[in-house]
Design a protein around this ligand. Structure first.
Ligand SMILES: NC(=O)c1ccc[n+]([C@@H]2O[C@H](COP(=O)([O-])OP(=O)(O)OC[C@H]3O[C@@H](n4cnc5c(N)ncnc54)[C@H](O)[C@@H]3O)[C@@H](O)[C@H]2O)c1
Length: 333
């Protein structure tokens, strides 16, 4: 399906990945309606689009069926990204389930009711749990370690069952850990790379949970957004799941060293703390399906991406001391 000059909806479009996806969709001439309740997203993430006549922002909740019924009328493609985050699932698993699983079913059913032509469920590599073999193809067992991962897996099953039951042209896209401009460094939503950068720029050692040998497949956000878009246009992926990742396994110890190098803070030795509960030990994506079917490959390697992100972070003029003071070291509590 050619996704140009279409009417599209991005739920969670004021968030980190959703706002970059909106940029990609707008560059292809689409009319983009963002639905977001601004619980973790922000208007700042969309500020550069404020004057763009192709953008509509609806403040609302994906669990609100009547809001969805109005917003999805006449829409060609829905990208569903709205989410409550992983670390919140330790404290408030019911809310995470409610938004991520029940909310996804609501968006699916309203997409069916409105004859939406394509439905893209943006899932997560967290559905896999730790790798039992690597690299991990889409057929890897789904053994999520957290309620967050389980809620994302439930969303996948709803999206794909709506394809089989109602003929909704749905697909599941599984991004791996994503980083880059607009990523969260605050509170429960905070991600490891922004936290490392913020601490090191304050001359405070980065904190690593566990021995630091756990790995992730870090993917730069502009690649993730391009990958979601490329997958969504691929007819062969309807009814299927596809990984979106760089395809590069990076340990947290190596990541800390790369951030230190990019910021010239090599003298700051990482501080190790107890491992986080249910932390995934190994993530490394098999990216062949995205390449072969959707023609997508991530271009930015971890060293280059960390350096791009550090440059962006420094250009923002943040009050580094104030941000650090707000931040809890043990960010999963
Ligand atoms: N960031 C990553 O590393 C990563 C990796 C894999 C998958 N993902 C997936 O990508 C998607 C986007 O993640 P992100 O990192 O941009 O998160 P984010 O928190 O920045 O964005 C989520 C957005 O959803 C909004 N939202 C939350 N609850 C809502 C509700 N009930 N109704 C409407 N809007 C609501 C938030 O305000 C926010 O703008 C998620 O589905 C996530 O599972 C993210």
């Amino acid at each position: 399906m050619n996704i140009r000059d279409k009417k599209v909806v991005v739920t969670g479009g004021a968030g980190f990945i959703g706002s970059h996806l909106a940029d990609v969709l707008l560059n292809a001439g689409n009319h983009v309606t963002v639905i977001d309740n601004f619980s973790s997203g922000s208007r700042t993430n969309l500020a550069h689009l404020a004057e763009n006549p192709l953008v509509t922002v609806i403040e609302g909740d994906v669990r609100d069926r009547s809001l969805l019924a109005d917003a999805l009328r006449g829409v060609d493609v829905v990208y569903h990204l709205a989410v409550q985050c992983l670390r919140l699932s330790f404290k408030n698993p019911e809310l995470v389930h409610d938004v991520n699983a029940t909310g996804t079913l609501s968006v699916c059913m309203e997409s069916v009711a409105n004859s939406v032509r394509r439905f893209i469920y943006v899932s997560s590599s967290e559905v896999y749990g730790s790798a039992v073999s690597a690299p991990m193809p889409e057929e890897h067992p789904l053994e999520p370690t957290t309620v967050y991962g389980a809620s994302k897996a439930a969303g996948e099953l709803y999206a794909l069952s709506c394809f089989r039951t109602y003929g909704l042209q749905s697909m599941v896209v599984r991004p791996f850990n994503t980083y880059g401009p607009r990523s969260h460094f605050e509170g429960a939503s905070g991600e490891v790379i922004p936290k490392f950068v913020l601490r090191m720029l304050n001359d405070v050692p980065p904190v690593i949970f566990g021995d630091g040998e756990q790995t992730r497949d870090f993917t730069y956000v502009t690649d993730t957004a391009r990958g979601i878009y490329a997958a969504s246009a691929c007819d062969e992926l309807v009814g299927q799941a596809v990984n979106i990742a760089r395809g590069e396994e990076v340990s947290i110890n190596r990541l800390a060293a790369l951030v230190a190098q990019a910021l010239a803070k090599e003298s700051l030795r990482p501080r190790h703390m107890d491992a986080r509960p249910a932390d995934v030990l190994r993530h490394f994506a098999d990216t062949a399906k995205a390449r072969d079917l959707a023609g997508f490959s991530a271009e930015i390697d971890i060293q280059h991406g960390v350096s791009l992100y550090c440059d962006w972070f420094r250009s923002q003029g943040y009050d580094l001391k104030a941000l650090l003071a707000q931040d809890a070291v043990i960010n999963w509590q």
